[in-house]
Each structure stands twice: as structure tokens, then as C-alpha cells.
Write a protein that binds this ligand. Structure first.
Ligand SMILES: [Zn+2]
Length: 739
């Protein structure tokens, strides 16, 4: 993240607004912005100045050639190319504002690239970094961030300083070359402490934005710090909006986008909110990638972007190296295909980052891979369209991220990522619901809404959730949802208690909890698929002890046993203790109006995301969604290995498309910094079955690949697939027939 990035965009055809806009553009195709139609592209930049650079290293980027890159990108089938024009140390063109990379001598890669782009018709986007320190900060220390004591924060620009004008001047220089747009990278305000900024520019702006209020002098998690977080969000927003306004005013045909950091695993420290900052620019862009962001949650990143970007296209950037952007390695082609097709299936436009070797050559293995990837992606272009079909809305609370998790962001993200894992592995169709834009209309797009440790819920949010349930919605509440106030302090939420149908007796922040069910009632049997009855199962994570009022209480919650030594503080409780006494019900079921609320005292999301990732809590959540709170309007169920991402699109009332993307990698945990475990890469193509179960008859099943075998049975259709990616089209004889 300190270093790179990208650009491009996604074609999101969902929504009447986008549909009508696309129809309008279709009538005058010349006016269609490049990012509306492009599916795949490349970002190409040099490798060697990301941690500083010395002008004596004249070999650096000496062969970084804009024409060669654009022509290679065109040949590989890229639909746009983002060309590195400026990083913290150097300009990679003849700049009058900052030094040019000395290895380039009298060459100008941006000029070379634009000339080649004009000849080939390939959109060329200029890459410009904002954060990361470097030459400009050394020249202008007064543009740097300051901490609360006024000390400089190393390597960070203040976004309220005159640095903005410098960036605009760089963009003017790049615009003069005739580029098609700008990818502006790194608008973060740091990825952790110390936080800023308290410089004179910021103090003046704070006084202007919050008249009569003092800037806080420390991180206090109180009303003053709330204003400071808002100040930081507004700072990012104002900078990005100023850049956007400048581009739109002076270069109306050129695109502008910002590498966005409002999505998990980023938190308040960045200075961005999920929706508010995705909304700035022509489209929203973020990164996935093994090295930092979402090795195990690629689909989550894409769907989060769908939810955050609203009607705008969204782009996700991936890497070709096995560890991070700058290592000169290549992931196996099947591993790249898995990530690419997962992103495309979830509606993203995809950029692959290519970091050239030190001198700027093009790695033949990487570029061979790009050709294969782009050819296949474009062959499947139309299959990524269609209306998503939802089973579950996964709720995300930025307020909980900021004020409950605070500086321990995994406190919340463990639950959020874990809940995604459960949904994804059960092949439930899920999308995001974000607190910044939640409304009854948005909630009602989902037959089921899941709150996974949504610790902070405002009264308006609870009112919306209650309306949603009363009108027939089905709500699942887990863990410590609603147990904290807007500042992250433990607090009673009586409105939520009423919806749950039970009172909160104790909020337990210890992490060793267990649940069990007797398994003697038909309802319990439903919940117990794959879970042994009458035995306590670990659900690692926080829990809540409830006393039922209107709700029906089922099963038992257990605390971990505490030994005499632990009670005396002579032994810690980091390792989960065995089950101790029963302390409350495991589950509460409450009918409200036309809908239901199921509350789990434990947190299956946290358990699934934690180091003690037992399967029983994951099965419990899956069983709850599948059994009692029956799925939405999908007339079939896809059963396939958990390592297959299943994405369903509705093409017409009775026609569906099922996108299958498999990730079958070897087990490995040999990372030197144990217990940090890198996922292993997929080398070979897997073979697997996807069974489409339906009570209604499945008609005209079709597969996109000749070697996929289709067999029709009374219960539905079985596809035997021998590829990382496959697409099945099915028609269902009687739509909306529940299983
Ligand atoms: Zn400042």
C-alpha cells in the first residue's frame, strides 16, 4: 500500500440509473467514457524507488519505455493501461515541477506512451502518487503532517497544506501530454499512529469547519475525538474533491479516480469512510492481493465495493507477484485466473499491477500470463452481467469499525470476515449493507439480514431493522451486536432488546464460549445439521447472556471454566479453557410482525475468522439461514465444494446463470514469521461437481466449456467441471418454487 496502485473500472449494469445512462451513451458511442466498458487492464510502473532512490543508480528505470509498455499492453489484450508518471522520488516525464528519474536521460516515457496509445487507440491513464513522502516533502517540510504536540510525522504530507496545489500542477503537466485520465494514489493519512494533523493549516481549517470548538489534544474517544475523526474524513474528501473539480473544470473529457482505502481491512486511521470516499471521482478503485488486503476474501472485497460505490463502476486491482507488487516473481496462471475470475464474477473491473525489473524491462512470463488472462476474460465478457440474486445482506457498520474496534480493528473485522467466510463457503448469495446508506429499501433487497458483532447500532438503525422485520424480513443477530453506545462504551439498547425479545444480562468480552442443543425438537434438529447434539462446542469469540422475554430460548451457552489459579490471576485465559457452567440460552427466536429475529448468544463470525476456527459455529450460522429463515426467491440450491465460489445472476424470471470459480491449493504454513500464514497458490486445475438441486424441473442446462459434463437427475442437474472457471445457464420450469 505504501507503494503502488492502479486503475480501471467495472461495468455494473445493475440499477435503472446506470442502465439508462448506458443506453444514452450507446446512442453516441464516442462519448462513452473508457471506464464504462473496459473489463481488464494493466498498471505498469518501475520497481526500485518505492523505498527511496539515489541518483547514482542510473540503471534504475533506464529501460522503462512508454511505447514498449503500451504496445505490449495492447498486444496482451489490455483495454487500458495506467502508466507510472510520478512517485515520491521522481517524475517519469519531463517535469518542470520535480526532478525526472535520471536513468531516463533524455527519454520521456509519458510522451512515448501517449504517442503509442494514440496509434493503438488504447486509453492511457497517468499514475500520480500523493502520499509516501519523498522529494517534495524534503523540499517543503512545511507541507508535512504534525502530531498533537506539533512534531513532524515522518513521511506524511498534510492534505490541507499547499501540497494540493503542487499535485494540481503535476496533473496539469500530465494533462498537457494528452493522457486520457488520472489515477491518483494514496490519499491516506497514515496506516496507524501517530495520527494527524495538527499543523497550522489544519488548525485554521478546523476552526473554519468547527467554529468555537477546540482541536483535541489526544486520542480520547470522546466527543472531541469524534469531531477530529470527522475533520480527518473531511480533509480527505476536500482534497479529493478539489482534484476532481480541477480535472472536470480544465479537462472535462479525462477521467479521475482515487485509490480508495475505505474498505476492510482499513479503519479510521486512513481518514476514509466506506461510502463517503468511494463516491468521489469517476469510479471507485481498490486493491486486493496476497500481500496485504484480501488473500482470503477476494469476493468480499468486490462485493464491498459494489455496496460502497452505489451506481458507480468499481475496479479492483490485483498483483502478479507471489508476495507483493515489487517482488520479481510470477504467480501460477491458475492462481491468477482464480483471483481474476472471482473479481469479475462479483462485478468488478480488474487491473493487474506489473512492476518492471530494476531497469524497466518487461518480464516475458508475466506478459505471457496477461495475454492468456485477458483473452479468456474478454471471451466471457457478457457473462459477468445480469442481476445479482441475494440470500443474505451482510451488514457493515463504519461506526462500529471506528468506535468499538478503535485501534484494534480486528476486533470487528474478525467477525465481519468470518461471517463472509461462512456465507461464501455455504454458497449463500450475499451482498453488503452499509450503515452510511442503510434504508428500508436497501434492507428489503435481502430476504435475510445478518448483523455480525455490529456492536454499535443507532436508534434510527434499530427502527429501520424493526420495520424490515415487521414487513416480513428475517434478521439474524450475533455476538455483541447493539451492546455499545455511539462512543463504543457498553450500554443497554432497549429498542434492540425489544426486537430480540430478551434482555441483555451480561456482555462477555472473554473469548472462550461454548454452545449446545438438546436436539429433541424438530426446530433444533434443523439447526443441528453437522453439529453433534448434547455436547458443548467452542465458539471462540465474545458472547452475551440473555434472559428471554417474548422470545423462545433454545440451547445453552457456556462460559469457559476458570481454575483457582486463573481466578487468582496466576494464569492467563488467552488459551480457550474447556467448557464450564451453562450461563444462558444459546439462541433466541422471536416473531415480530410478519418476520423473524434469530439471535445467537455466540459470535460465529468471530469464531470463523479466529485462530480457533471450529466448524460447529460456522455450521450453526449456515443452518439458521438455510432452515428456519428460508432463503429468498432462489428456486434452487447449488451444492459444490466449499472452495468453489458460486455466484448466481438472474437473466430473466426463470433463467439463471451460475458462475463457478474454484480455488484448490495445497496446504502450507511455512511462513518464517509464524503464525502469519500465507495462503498457498493454486497450480493445477481442479475437478469438482456442482449439483443444482431444485424441486422444479431444470430445463436446458448449458455449460460454457465442452469438457464440462452435465447429467440430469430427478433432483436437478449435476455438472462435473474440470476448470478454474465455468459458467452454467439453467432455466427453472416453475419459478419461485421453494425447495
Ligand atoms: Zn495539517
Amino acid at each position: 500500500m505504501l507503494i503502488t496502485q492502479i486503475l480501471s473500472v467495472a461495468v455494473q449494469t445493475v440499477g435503472a440509473a446506470v442502465g439508462s445512462m448506458m443506453a444514452a451513451w450507446a446512442e453516441s458511442p464516442d462519448l462513452t467514457p473508457w471506464y464504462r466498458n473496459a473489463l481488464v487492464g494493466l498498471e505498469v510502473g518501475p520497481s526500485g524507488a518505492q523505498w527511496g532512490s539515489d541518483p547514482r543508480d542510473t540503471a534504475y528505470a533506464s529501460r522503462f519505455n512508454g511505447r514498449e509498455i503500451v504496445e505490449a499492453a495492447r498486444k496482451a489484450g489490455a483495454e487500458y493501461v495506467v502508466l507510472w508518471a510520478r512517485d515520491g522520488e521522481w517524475a517519469y516525464y519531463d517535469s518542470k515541477r520535480m526532478p525526472k528519474c535520471p536513468g531516463l536521460r533524455d527519454r520521456d516515457p509519458l510522451c512515448e506512451g501517449v504517442a503509442a496509445a494514440r496509434e493503438t487507440g488504447l486509453p492511457l491513464i497517468a499514475y500520480c502518487v500523493v502520499q509516501g513522502g519523498g522529494w517534495a516533502l524534503r523540499e517543503h517540510p512545511d507541507w508535512g503532517m504534525r502530531d498533537a504536540q506539533g512534531h513532524p510525522i515522518e513521511g506524511r504530507f498534510c492534505l490541507n497544506s499547499p501540497y494540493l496545489q503542487f499535485i494540481l500542477e503535476l496533473l496539469d503537466e500530465m494533462a498537457a501530454y494528452g493522457v486520457d485520465g488520472f489515477h491518483v494514489d494514496m490519499l491516506d493519512q497514515g496506516f496507524g499512529p501517530p495520527y494527524g494533523c495538527w499543523c497550522d493549516h489544519c488548525r485554521a481549517r478546523f476552526a473554519q469547519w468547527f467554529p468555537g470548538e477546540e482541536m483535541p489534544s489526544a486520542v480520547n474517544w470522546d466527543a472531541a475525538w469524534d469531531r477530529m475523526l470527522e475533520f480527518r474524513y473531511r480533509t480527505c474528501e476536500a482534497f479529493e474533491q478539489a482534484v476532481t473539480d480541477h480535472v472536470k473544470r480544465h479537462y472535462p473529457g479525462k477521467s479521475v479516480d482515487f485509490n480508495y482505502h475505505g474498505y476492510p481491512p482499513f479503519s479510521f486511521e486512513i481518514g476514509q469512510l466506506p461510502v463517503r470516499h468511494a463516491a468521489i471521482g469517476d469510479f471507485a478503485t481498490c486493491e486486493t492481493g496476497t500481500w496485504a488486503f484480501s488473500p482470503l476474501a477476494v469476493s468480499l472485497t468486490a462485493e464491498f465495493m459494489r455496496a460502497a460505490a452505489g451506481t458507480k463502476p468499481y475496479q479492483v486491482v490485483m498483483q502478479r507477484g507471489v508476495r507483493m507488487y515489487h517482488d520479481q516473481t510470477n504467480r501460477p496462471i491458475n492462481d491468477l485466473r482464480w483471483e481474476l475470475f472471482t473479481l469479475l464474477s462479483h462485478g468488478a473491473q480488474v487491473t493487474i499491477v506489473d512492476k518492471t525489473p530494476f531497469e524497466g524491462q518487461l518480464d516475458p512470463v508475466a506478459w505471457h500470463h496477461y495475454g492468456l488472462l485477458f483473452e479468456e476474460a474478454k471471451k466471457y465478457r457478457e457473462v459477468f452481467q445480469g442481476e445479482p440474486v441475494w440470500d443474505v445482506g451482510l451488514y457493515f457498520s463504519a461506526r462500529t469499525r471506528d468506535w468499538w474496534a478503535r485501534e484494534e480493528k480486528d476486533r470487528y473485522f474478525t467477525s465481519f470476515y468470518g461471517a463472509h467466510k461462512v456465507l461464501s463457503r455455504a454458497h449463500l448469495q450475499w451482498g453488503g449493507v452499509l450503515d452510511e446508506t442503510v434504508s428500508l429499501e436497501r434492507l428489503e433487497r435481502f430476504p435475510v439480514v445478518l448483523l455480525a458483532d455490529t456492536a454499535i447500532l443507532s436508534n434510527p438503525e434499530v427502527e429501520l431493522l424493526e420495520q424490515y422485520v415487521r414487513r416480513g424480513g428475517r434478521l439474524i443477530i450475533t455476538g455483541v451486536t447493539g451492546c455499545y453506545d455511539r462512543y463504543g462504551r457498553q450500554s443497554r439498547n432497549t429498542a434492540l432488546e425489544k426486537l430480540i425479545g430478551a434482555r441483555v444480562i451480561t456482555v462477555r468480552e472473554e473469548l472462550d464460549h461454548y454452545f449446545s442443543f438438546e436436539g429433541t425438537s424438530p426446530m433444533e434438529e434443523d439447526f443441528l445439521k453437522d453439529i453433534h447434539p448434547q455436547w458443548p462446542h467452542l465458539s471462540y469469540g465474545p458472547a452475551v447472556v440473555y434472559a428471554p422475554d417474548e422470545a423462545q430460548a433454545i440451547g445453552s451457552l457456556y462460559a469457559g471454566v476458570r481454575t483457582a489459579r486463573q481466578l487468582e490471576g496466576k494464569q492467563d485465559t488467552i488459551f480457550p479453557s474447556p467448557a464450564g457452567p451453562a450461563i444462558g440460552p444459546a439462541m433466541l427466536v422471536h416473531t415480530v410482525g410478519l418476520g423473524n429475529v434469530v439471535t445467537l448468544a455466540v459470535s460465529p463470525g468471530f469464531a470463523a475468522g479466529s485462530e480457533y476456527r471450529a466448524l460447529e459455529p460456522q455450521y450453526l450460522l449456515r443452518n439458521v439461514i438455510r432452515s428456519r429463515l428460508l432463503r429468498g426467491d432462489l428456486p434452487f440450491q447449488v451444492v459444490s465444494p466449499e472452495w468453489v465460489d458460486v455466484c448466481v445472476r438472474r437473466l430473466a424470471d426463470n433463467r439463471y446463470r451460475i458462475l463457478l470459480t474454484a480455488y484448490a491449493a495445497l496446504p502450507a504454513s511455512t511462513t518464517p514469521k509464524r503464525p502469519w500464514v500465507l495462503p498457498e497458490m493454486m497450480t493445477e486445475e481442479p475437478m469438482y461437481r456442482a449439483d443444482v438441486f431444485s424441486r422444479a424441473q431444470i430445463l436446458n442446462p448449458r455449460a460454457s466449456r465442452k469438457d464440462t459434463q452435465l447429467e440430469t437427475y430427478e433432483w436437478g442437474v449435476r455438472a462435473t467441471v474440470e476448470n478454474v472457471f465455468e459458467v452454467l445457464d439453467v432455466e427453472v420450469a416453475a419459478p419461485d418454487t421453494p425447495q
